[in-house]
Write a protein that binds this ligand. Structure first.
Ligand code: MF3
Ligand code: CO
Ligand code: CO
Length: 283
């Protein structure tokens, strides 16, 4: 579609969107959330991540959208599926690496009982990018995994409470860091959230740690993601030889949730709310 107006940038180089732009993001965000709702019942022990990715791909295409990750900087799939100690950008269909306490004999991309996984999908609908991710569990989680998932979810939602005009991006990161570290977890520094809209990744980098009252000031019309990655062990990560898969250096478990949101006059709108109320996993 043709873009009629040049986007307005504020003094920090962050795009300020119009009231009409919210409708585009609302539709893209809803579809991205529907993909994650659709996939929930398919995440069971014995299923392959290749199959889960295919279902996500088909759902996006059948609903007139384009999977944004497919071919993005050479990325080969329509979703990222990050299992156990994989922090982000796990490639569906790839052999699942073993985490620290893994008792399973992993030969391929098949899920085992108790695996925790993040599924991250971004769809492009009428030129707008809807980006979101959630945690799922194959079967029943171990109590320590369930707690990590709960804290990561709550850290994201607490940070969203900070989103209103006049607050800062530092308030978002500080809310996540304060909560996660108080629970004894660490915040990954090597990846961040991002502005989005008619582009996948734009200014600013949305850090998931930091200090209250610092960073760019939030303004009505900003669109961005918040997508904290929280680890049981240290925050450090490394990239596998496929050049995508990021794992925790100490091979301890990691969790992530992501929403796409827009700043409104008095708060924010979450574009990727789950239509079925499934954002947090049910066990
Ligand atoms: N959806 C991811 C994000 O949250 C981006 C994945 S890019 C990919 O920003 F190439 F790894 F798919
Ligand atoms: Co994102
Ligand atoms: Co994402």
């Amino acid at each position: 579609m043709e873009q009629t107006k040049k986007p307005r940038l504020n003094q920090d180089g962050i795009t300020i969107h119009s009231k009409e732009d919210f409708e585009g993001m609302r539709r893209a965000g809803r579809l991205a959330a529907e993909v994650l709702d659709m996939i929930a019942e398919h995440v069971v022990p014995g299923v392959t991540t290749e199959y889960l990715d295919q279902l996500c791909h088909d759902y996006m295409v059948q609903n007139n959208s384009v999977p944004a990750t497919l071919g993005y900087r050479g990325y080969p799939k329509s979703s990222c599926i990050s299992i156990n100690h994989v922090v982000c950008h796990g490639i569906p269909g790839a052999k699942i690496p073993k985490w620290k306490n893994d008792k399973n004999n992993r030969k391929d991309d098949t899920l085992f009982e108790g695996d925790i996984l993040n599924i991250d999908v971004t769809c492009i609908l009428d030129g707008w990018f809807g980006d979101n991710s959630r945690m799922y569990v194959a079967g029943k989680p171990k109590p320590y995994a369930q707690k990590l998932i709960q804290v990561t979810h709550d850290a994201l939602m607490l940070s969203i409470d900070q989103v209103k005009p006049g607050n800062t991006f530092g308030d978002i990161g500080a809310a996540i860091q304060r909560y996660a570290e108080a629970q004894g977890y660490s915040v990954v520094r090597d990846f961040c959230g991002h502005g989005l809209g008619r582009v996948f990744h734009s200014a600013p980098n949305v850090l998931h740690y930091g200090n209250f009252g610092t960073g760019p000031v939030l303004e009505e019309g900003m669109f961005f993601t918040i997508e904290p990655m929280i680890n049981i062990g240290t925050p450090h990560t490394k990239i596998l030889s496929d050049d995508w898969t990021a794992i925790t250096k100490d091979k301890s478990l990691s969790a992530q949730f992501e929403h796409s949101i827009g700043v409104t006059a008095d708060g924010c709108e979450i574009f990727t709310l789950s239509p079925k109320g499934l954002f947090h996993p049910t066990y």
